[in-house]
Ligand binder design. Structure first.
Ligand code: NAD
Length: 261
């Protein structure tokens, strides 16, 4: 895979998929701006140490993706300290579980502010910076198989991921003329803390033992397995590379073969 030397931002990179993506892009030769909530500082510092050991430049920045000032500062500080912005990975996202008939408006609004407004703000401020730089770029968002098909007990999450798929298509149409591609990864179950929340919810609902929901998920795809952050990072590595220049507006499923589109 050929990467330009460049700079990537990865939001929600203290753990899980974001951590996997940050480490992979560093291995690909990019300098990295890590970003997470201040409460995740220890974990983010550990990811930064690993990236430094790979010989890449790395900075840790903190804030909330749902806050416009935080996202605009993230882009500004990245460019000031690392010299450019070539790849934006808008990875941060949250979930809560509820029946639609029991959904609390404040939970709904919080989830939408992080998943949808947060992703839009990352696309917006990366887009502004990349247009100014005039050398194209790669904007990549976190969709999900939940951006393609509904799931019970997750209507807010599913609706937010459908929104990210739509946002990605529209942004791709607007930014293509600047040489900027906009795509999203759409993972199935990936082994992270986040997936643990699905297991906790569904096993407490069914009364089955902890872990049994995840075991059940393994039977539902072609590869009979749950993915790891590296499986998503492999796709993002390609989307961030020069080789993906004719692919834009897509939300690409990476799920071991369960949702076909
Ligand atoms: P995770 O919960 O393990 O990690 C999410 C990270 O985002 C954490 O470091 C968290 O602190 C950070 N974060 C949360 N809210 C934030 C905010 N407001 N501002 C900045 N950072 C914030 O989750 P994960 O499994 O690594 O998932 C990453 C992304 O991939 C999410 O968008 C999720 O919806 C998506 N996804 C995950 C799976 C899966 O099975 N794990 C499947 C499909 C899609």
């Amino acid at each position: 895979m050929t990467h330009e030397t460049g700079v990537a931002i990865v939001t929600g990179s203290g753990q899980g998929i974001g951590q996997g993506i940050a480490l992979r892009l560093a291995e690909d030769g990019l300098d990295i701006a890590l970003f997470d909530l201040p409460s995740n500082k220890e974990k983010l510092d550990r990811v930064a140490e690993e990236i430094s050991k790979k010989g890449r430049k790395v900075i840790c920045l903190f804030g909330d993706v749902s806050n416009e000032e935080d996202v605009s500062n993230l882009v500004e500080k990245t460019v000031n300290e690392l010299g450019s912005l070539d790849v934006m990975v808008a990875n941060a996202g949250i979930v809560f579980h509820s029946l639609v008939t029991e959904t609390n408006v404040s939970d709904w609004d919080t989830l939408f502010s992080v998943n949808v407004r947060g992703t839009m703000l990352c696309y917006k401020h990366a887009g502004i910076q990349m247009i100014t730089q005039g050398k194209g770029g790669r904007i990549i968002g976190a969709a999900s198989v939940a951006s393609k098909i509904g799931q019970p007990y997750a209507s807010a999450y599913v609706a937010s991921k459908f929104a990210i798929r739509g946002l990605t298509q529209s942004a791709a149409m607007e930014l293509g003329k600047y040489g900027i591609t906009v795509n999203a990864y759409a993972p199935g179950p990936i082994d992270t803390e986040f997936l643990g929340k699905f297991d906790e919810f569904h096993t407490s609902l069914s009364g089955q033992s902890k872990g049994s929901f995840l075991e059940g998920l393994k039977t539902k795809n072609c590869t009979k397995s749950i993915g790891e952050p590296k499986d998503v990072a492999n796709l993002v590595s390609f989307l961030a590379s020069k080789s993906s220049e004719f692919i834009t507006g897509q939300s690409i499923v990476v799920d071991g073969g369960a949702v076909f589109d």
